[in-house]
Write a protein that binds this ligand. Structure first.
Ligand SMILES: Nc1ncnc2c1ncn2[C@@H]1O[C@H](COP(=O)(O)OP(=O)(O)OP(=O)(O)O)[C@@H](O)[C@H]1O
Ligand SMILES: [Mg+2]
Length: 290
């Protein structure tokens, strides 16, 4: 897997721990290996957005936890190569380890929730990954083909913003993946969402639906909803594009604290409007998937 070689000092450690440097039975990252690795996963959902910072990783984690709490087996695959956030947000510091049959064992968050991220291959978490497109393509292929997920009901794939190498690789390599598009309500974000919708139409990726994040803010004192970035734009965009609207997640400053501290928002604030919104959105996903 010359493909997992690196440029720049920071990524050398990652290259040296690259799984394909171990003996493999199937060509690492081959279509055959990917098919076998993903064979027992019922639903593959790629969380994407046109714009950065709209809450993809937060939505991924909280939907994953909501689905896991409802008894489903869930995996999170972090394909945000340049800004992998998932392990920190889950509060996991472990490194990825190899199984006896030389596959990657996912990080375990709970019995129902596992995760894989490139960050968990890096000894120094502040290392920058300085890779061009083909290297990212190879690395993602290997993650897809070499992780031993076992049986999962849902694999949630957290992608970086935009329609670049990472979402394109997922769209090309997982032909039954469906997109969950995350947006915030303001027009500038919605304009980028329309690009994500066009991307899905162009690469023929099915869209499971759209989530509007930071949709109003419930005042903790008077419980009135303040339309921080507006509200309802996502629902209208989904309607215009004829895709499912999966839910509105309000703004809650505790989300930032939980994300930074690697704590579960759902566990820390189970009775909040945000927790309720995540559970409802997870239920809509369940209703619309296998
Ligand atoms: N509904 C919300 N209420 C309050 N804060 C939120 C909400 N959603 C996300 N955040 C915060 O906004 C910041 C960005 O969120 P996050 O990292 O999930 O976005 P992202 O779309 O994954 O970003 P990137 O494009 O960089 O991958 C984080 O600090 C997160 O805690
Ligand atoms: Mg992110």
């Amino acid at each position: 897997m010359g493909s997992c070689s690196s440029q720049g000092g920071g990524s050398n450690k990652i290259a040296s721990s690259c799984p394909s440097q171990n003996q493999q039975t199937k060509q690492p990252g081959s279509d055959e290996a990917i098919k076998e690795a993903l064979d027992k996963i019922k639903n593959k959902l790629m969380i994407m957005s046109g714009k950065g910072g709209v809450g993809k990783s937060s939505v991924t984690i909280n939907l994953a936890m909501a689905l896991a709490d409802k008894g489903f087996k869930v995996g999170i695959l972090d394909v945000d190569i340049h800004g992998p956030d998932i392990p920190r947000m889950l509060g996991i510091k472990d490194m990825l380890e190899m199984t006896e049959d030389k596959k990657l064992a996912p990080l375990k968050y709970s019995d129902n929730l596992k995760a894989v991220s490139i960050e968990a291959l890096s000894v120094n978490k502040d290392d920058a990954i300085i890779w061009r497109g083909p290297m990212k393509y190879s690395a993602i292929n290997q993650f897809l083909g070499e992780v031993k997920w076992g049986e999962l009901d849902y694999l949630l794939i957290d992608s970086p913003p935009g329609t670049g190498d990472e979402p394109l690789t997922i769209a090309q390599k997982i032909n039954d993946a469906q997109a969950v598009i995350v947006t915030t309500p303001q027009e500038i974000s919605l304009a980028d969402v329309r690009k994500s919708i066009n991307f899905c139409n162009t690469v023929k990726m099915k869209m499971l639906g759209l989530v509007e994040n930071m949709s109003g803010c419930v005042c903790p004192h008077c419980s009135e909803t303040i339309p921080l970035f507006g509200t309802g734009g996502g629902e209208k965009t989904a309607k215009d594009a004829k895709i499912n609207f999966l839910g509105k997640i309000p703004f809650d400053s505790n989300m930032v604290k939980c994300g930074d501290a690697g704590k579960s928002f759902l566990k820390e604030h189970p009775n909040s409007p945000m927790a309720k919104a995540f559970l409802e959105t997870a239920q809509k996903i369940i209703n619309n998937t296998k």
